[in-house]
Design a protein around this ligand. Structure first.
Ligand SMILES: Cc1cc2nc3c(=O)[nH]c(=O)nc-3n(C[C@H](O)[C@H](O)[C@H](O)COP(=O)(O)OP(=O)(O)OC[C@H]3O[C@@H](n4cnc5c(N)ncnc54)[C@H](O)[C@@H]3O)c2cc1C
Length: 307
């Protein structure tokens, strides 16, 4: 991992840094650039704008992870249920699904609790006429996440999986899941070399190998990347595999390469924007800043100039 990225992630864990950043009002430019806001109504407003004005699709993430108690997991589930209700009521469910982290709905308490809670969210998504994608977290939870996913799919086959190209196991997982709905990303956690490719070039090569397997399958691949080279290669490979534009989609994060999001949509591609919201935005924001250290100086300047 890039040493600057490691440093930023370490600083993010420092209490003083956390206090300074977390007490910045959420409306400040940089936070707002990557996070829709703290409330469900903020998430609905941003979704409505992306769908209505820009022709994009959305997946919504209620921020919160590493929940260690049932009460917090329950609050997260209720937020998703409320969100899904509102998406349905305002007529956005056809274009917006939700992304759920099992750690936010109780995986650390027990796999059964995470499955029960995720099932409630899937049932509400079905009621609202949309679906769910189960985010993938660090490698110690990959097996549990795939087990829960398999259970969910017994009732809701459209539930999306996420596979991370930096993991050595992922090519096999792609072969296993190629006939289903799968998001392919590079992977966002600090993983040991024993289980992951460390060299970014190796990760990119594995991304392309995995993309080929998914495009050869009968499922619905969702390519989550901002990498211009990978986006171009996927476009080419999709043509080789005779995939129409509606047979796969690109996914990008809210606030990242927004020009490219519109450009891909204008070319006729399905583009889905991952929109996070909620009070627990700090960890998410730090990971985004660490991915692109150029954003950090912009962030610090805006903190200083407004405080
Ligand atoms: C929709 C979506 C869902 C995701 N879900 C998961 C998940 O469930 N589990 C998981 O582990 N990871 C997930 N990720 C994160 C992913 O694994 C990567 O950490 C992240 O997307 C960065 O990788 P990249 O493919 O964009 O390539 P990178 O090599 O990081 O970036 C390629 C280029 O994109 C641009 N770029 C990238 N990041 C930024 C930024 N923050 N600001 C500005 N420009 C930037 C730069 O031009 C950069 O050169 C998801 C990502 C997306 C887009």
């Amino acid at each position: 991992m890039n040493p600057l990225r490691t440093l930023i992630l370490a600083a993010a864990g420092n209490d003083t840094v956390r206090r300074v950043v977390a007490t910045a009002p959420v409306s400040r430019d940089v936070v707002r650039r990557f996070v829709a806001g703290e409330k469900i109504s903020d998430a609905i407003d941003v979704t409505s704008d992306l769908v209505g004005r820009h022709g994009l699709r959305v997946t919504l993430d209620y921020l919160g992870e590493d929940t260690t108690d049932r009460a917090t997991a329950e609050r997260t589930v209720r937020a998703y249920l409320e969100l899904l209700d509102q998406l349905h009521d305002v007529g956005l469910a056809a274009d917006a699904e939700v992304s759920v982290k099992l750690s936010a709905v109780g995986l650390a308490v027990s796999e059964t609790l995470a499955l029960d809670n995720a099932s409630r969210i899937c049932a509400a998504a079905e009621q609202a006429a949309t679906t769910v994608t189960v985010d993938m977290e660090d490698h110690t939870s990959t097996d549990a996440t795939l087990r829960v996913l398999a259970e969910l799919r017994r009732h809701w086959p459209s539930v999306g999986a996420v596979l991370q190209a930096y993991l050595r196991r992922t090519l096999d997982d792609c072969r296993e899941l190629a006939d289903t709905r799968v998001r392919l990303c590079k992977g966002a956690y600090a993983e040991p070399a024993s289980v992951s490719y460390v060299d970014p070039h190796e990760v990119d090569l594995n991304y392309v190998r995995c993309a080929n397997v998914l495009l050869a399958g009968s499922g619905y691949p969702m390519f989550a990347t901002h990498d211009p080279r990978l986006i171009e290669i996927i476009g080419e490979r999709a043509r080789w595999h005779d995939k129409a534009v509606e047979d796969f989609e690109f996914q990008l994060l809210y606030g990242v390469r927004t020009g490219e999001q519109l450009h891909l949509a204008a070319e006729g591609h399905v583009v889905r924007v991952y929109v996070p919201f909620g009070e627990q935005w700090y960890g998410y924001l730090m990971r985004r800043l660490a991915e692109r250290p150029a954003n950090v100086s912009f962030f610090l300047r805006s903190l200083v100039s407004r405080s």
